[in-house]
Design a binder for this molecule. Structure first.
Ligand SMILES: Cc1ncc(COP(=O)(O)O)c(C=O)c1O
Length: 379
């Protein structure tokens, strides 16, 4: 338990709530959760399912129609053939990551994880008695690890690599040739690769991609939380290489029994054209917000060397304003009423020099935040 760190931003969120209770107006740019309500077709599907009145356990790997719908989605979106049997439905990407790592990690195994990165990953590795090892990434490699770095960091005890594309907190995509290079290094050493594609649908200037196009041997994580806007429904999936299927199924049975049943039936509607129209409109809205936020932050003086191509985050260089982004985040909250997440929550690499802004609020509020930040930092 000593190795499991809390989310530092939660203390900041508590402070923001306290300020709001005092009547202060806070612009929330710290939350990694879409601000849109659940799409109407999803709510209708859930209501229809509930009408029938029987909410029971499902198969540990999920209901067949949902696994088939996801399989069809991979075929339709990416031209990739993923049999439904290899798609295991989970309680969010969080459940998917636990199944994948539970199946892959033995005590003492080392796993390479980009830093900055999604903070829970190193804790999931630790949970299964593995040893997370950071690969420091920066703007020079679009905040993603390179094949050369993976080769350099690989030790005798290294067993695998975890990646995310688009990434949290940087929003950057792993270039396809780099992914292929990393897979080559991993495969050549008999290791495993997990690619977290939770932000897959939220890609702006290029085509969304999947690592499944590269190989059936890669574990791919996904979720209904972000593009499909279903955070609280707790639903995701993992695409499992054939040889590991039985082990993942055993783990799913033991750890969770099954993913939430109502959510599974509701998610069937996520692939309807009515729902997809809503998600695409929201994606376009996110793109506009991104551009407003980046232009505003750059104008104020934050460093944004790479325009993030996906997710809903801007990982901005903040050292011009303060040496410690944790202290800066408190100053921005207290003085400007703007909440953002300090770099320390995502690892150690230049963490004190970075702060993450999430564009999970509307353009008017983003513009308000920009005006307040400008007044706080430049006047
Ligand atoms: C990169 C990444 N992976 C996984 C998760 C977990 O998401 P969920 O369990 O809601 O699907 C998150 C949540 O923010 C994330 O950013």
């Amino acid at each position: 338990m000593r190795d499991i760190a809390p989310f530092h931003v939660m203390e900041l969120v508590a402070r923001a709530k306290a300020l709001e209770a005092e009547g202060r107006d806070i612009v929330h740019l710290e939350v990694g959760e879409p601000d849109f309500p659940s799409a109407a077709p999803i709510l209708a599907a859930a209501q229809q399912f509930l009408q029938a009145g029987r909410v029971a356990y499902t198969h540990a790997c999920g209901i067949a129609p949902l696994r088939e719908a996801i399989s069809a989605w991979y075929q339709h979106q990416f031209g990739v053939d993923v049999p439904p049997a290899r798609i295991v439905i989970t309680a969010g990407a969080s459940g998917a990551l636990q199944l994948a790592l539970g199946a892959l990690v033995s005590p003492g195994d080392e796993w390479l994880i980009p830093d900055p990165g999604y903070p829970c990953n190193r804790h999931f590795v630790r949970l299964f008695e593995g040893v997370p090892r950071a690969i420091s990434v920066g703007a020079d490699s679009v905040y993603q690890p390179t094949a050369a770095q993976v080769a350099r960091h690989w030790q005798a005890a290294t067993r695998g690599v975890m990646l995310a594309s688009p990434s949290n907190p940087t929003g950057t995509l792993l270039p396809p040739q780099e992914l292929a290079g990393i897979w080559n290094e991993v495969q050549g050493r008999g290791g495993a690769l997990i690619v977290d594609e939770i932000y897959q649908g939220l890609v702006y200037d290029s085509q969304a991609a999947t690592a499944l196009a590269l190989s059936d041997e890669i574990f791919v994580i996904n979720s209904f939380s972000k593009y499909f806007g279903m955070t609280g429904w707790r639903l995701g999936w993992v695409v499992v290489p054939e040889a590991h299927l039985r082990n993942v199924e055993k783990l799913a049975q033991n750890l969770f029994i099954c993913a939430p049943t109502v959510a599974q039936y509701a998610a069937l509607a996520a692939f309807s054209s009515a729902a997809l129209d809503i998600f695409e409109a929201r994606r376009r809205e996110f793109l506009q917000r991104r551009d407003v936020l980046i232009a505003g932050l750059r104008c104020i003086g934050f460093g944004i060397p790479i325009v993030p191509q996906g997710a809903f985050y801007v990982y901005a260089e903040s050292s011009r304003f303060a040496p410690d982004s944790y202290a800066l985040a408190y100053r921005l909250l207290n003085d400007a009423g703007v909440a953002a997440t300090p770099g320390i929550d995502f690892g150690d690499t230049n963490a004190a020099a970075h702060i993450r802004f999430a564009y999970t609020t509307d353009i008017a509020r983003i513009e308000e935040a920009i005006a307040r930040l400008d007044a706080c930092l430049n006047r």
